[in-house]
Design a protein around this ligand. Structure first.
Ligand code: PCA
Length: 197
């Protein structure tokens, strides 16, 4: 029986010309294992990024939603453990919003754990020879905004949701930062999808 996966990547932000998350997501095949895959590019905008995922998911009714984002400076592929109910932007988003110390959803829980199999994903990615480790903070910018919004929306349902941060691509990193080639990021996302039940 087939299952449905919605996977998203972000548009470029913060002065970068590309975002490895969307570059990698767009290259994934339309099917991996049991999963039919729908790929979606979302804007790096507080609220609007999450809304685009929720709108498409309301029609598609996916079994699993995995959002992917860039985390420049990280040295491995990092499935996120937790989303927190906080907006605190170090830089403006793509419409110039820069919220500080603001909840994402008023009167909602402080945090939710991701519901995708993050530990198995780390194992499967490492087995491909690609560095992966858990991350205990998705930050408080737009990636966390999307993760928290999804986890709050799907809490108590059978729809699984989670987030994977990926490092810079070589052309973004220069020699100052760690990077992974696009093929490796694609292979890591494929391994993460293979870790789904
Ligand atoms: N990374 C940012 C937002 C978009 C992206 O790719 C983040 O980590 O919040």
């Amino acid at each position: 029986m087939s299952k449905k996966l919605l996977i998203t990547g972000f548009d470029p932000f913060g002065g970068d010309a590309i975002n490895p998350s969307w570059e990698a997501v767009r290259l994934l095949p339309d099917r991996i294992g049991e999963y039919d895959i729908t790929k979606l590019e979302i804007p790096t905008i507080f609220g609007a990024g999450a809304k685009k995922v929720l709108d498409i998911a309301a029609e598609l009714k996916p079994d699993v939603i995995i959002c992917v984002g860039q985390a420049g400076g990280r040295m491995s592929i990092t499935p996120e453990v937790i989303g927190i109910n906080l907006r605190e932007a170090r830089i403006p988003d793509n419409t110039g919003n820069q919220p500080l110390n603001t909840p994402i959803v008023a009167d909602a829980p402080a945090a939710y754990f991701s519901t995708i199999p993050i530990r198995k994903m780390v194992e499967y990615i490492n087995e491909e020879g690609i560095p992966a480790s858990l991350s205990y903070s998705a930050g408080a910018f737009v990636c966390n905004d999307v993760l928290y919004t999804l986890l709050n929306h799907y809490a108590g349902t059978s729809t699984l949701a989670g987030f994977i941060h990926v490092p810079y691509l070589p052309e973004q990193a220069g020699d100052k930062f760690f990077s992974l080639p696009l093929e490796k990021i694609c292979a890591a996302l494929t391994a993460a999808i293979n870790a789904l039940d």
